[in-house]
Design a binder for this molecule. Structure first.
Ligand SMILES: NC(=O)c1ccc[n+]([C@@H]2O[C@H](COP(=O)([O-])OP(=O)(O)OC[C@H]3O[C@@H](n4cnc5c(N)ncnc54)[C@H](O)[C@@H]3O)[C@@H](O)[C@H]2O)c1
Length: 249
């Protein structure tokens, strides 16, 4: 029997927001499945510690900054997998949200994905690859108190389709798909709860919106991301992969 070297053995991955939450779980999963991973994050302390633990490389990157992208990707010879995972969640309705907060949400969650999809092309187009954009169930179904996040994640969903069509038309062999988690208990959920007066009620509200009666686990998201990163998903592009306990139904 052939030795099982892992589902993405020999591939190089670049994971934004890789120092915490879903990104951290994706990084661990990719390494366990044989990939080399560049962990890119704005949080250098957490990113460097994780890179040292796993024997991988860390690069400090603010995904909303084009210069940071060029500097981070410059030394990379070849990348097979890009996970545009970094994101923030700003609570607020159309009435509460300031224009500055709305623009910041877009700078990180949309500009960040745009810049990744754009500047990865020279690193992938000669051999092909997979780009995975982290959208959300909130990019499919809206909530009154998440106007900026809803709009940003919906933008990621549709940007993914445009990018997928372009990559395909050019014959680059690059696929681009979006992933739509429901509420997954990570540091992001704790940060969202810290923005409201009654965090317990908010948490109960999250659970209530998931027909399966619970929040998701990071590994349930990284399983889909691993599938999209691997050659098993070779015919999938421009698609929305929902992993949300039925919350978008
Ligand atoms: N947790 C959830 O319930 C959930 C649900 C749906 C979608 N998502 C999406 O999944 C992604 C990851 O979420 P998470 O729950 O792991 O969040 P998290 O807060 O635990 O981790 C986000 C990571 O991104 C990094 N980051 C933030 N701003 C950055 C920037 N400008 N440049 C580079 N790195 C930056 C943070 O330092 C952190 O390491 C986000 O895009 C989020 O919108 C999360």
């Amino acid at each position: 029997m052939a030795e099982d070297r892992g589902r993405i053995a020999g591939k190089t991955a670049f994971v934004t927001g890789g120092a915490s939450g879903l990104g951290l779980d994706i990084v661990r999963r990719f390494v366990a499945e044989g990939a080399s991973v560049v962990i890119a994050d704005i949080d250098a302390a957490a990113g460097e510690a994780l890179a040292a633990e796993l024997g991988q490389r860390f690069v400090k990157l603010d995904v909303s900054n084009e210069g940071d992208w060029l500097a981070a990707l410059g030394p990379c010879d070849r990348i097979d997998i890009l996970v545009n995972n970094a994101g923030i969640t700003t609570m607020g309705s159309i009435e509460d949200l300031t224009l500055a907060a709305f623009r910041h949400e877009f700078a990180v969650d949309v500009d960040g994905v745009f810049l990744g999809c754009k500047h990865i092309i020279p690193k992938m187009k000669d051999h092909g690859g997979s780009v995975i954009n982290m959208s959300s169930m909130c990019g499919v179904r809206a909530q009154a108190d998440l106007a900026g996040y809803n709009a940003a994640k919906a933008a990621v969903t549709h940007l993914t389709k445009s990018v997928a069509l372009h990559y395909a038309a050019k014959g680059y062999g690059i696929r681009c798909n979006s992933v739509h988690p429901g509420a997954i208990h990570t540091a992001m959920i704790d940060k969202v709860m810290a923005q409201v007066d009654d965090p317990e009620a908010l948490y109960a509200g999250f659970v209530a919106t998931h027909p399966v009666g619970r929040l998701g686990k990071p590994e349930e998201v990284s399983s889909i991301v691993l599938y999209l990163a691997s050659d098993e998903s070779a015919f999938a592009t421009g698609a929305e992969f929902r992993i949300d306990g039925g919350s978008s139904l």
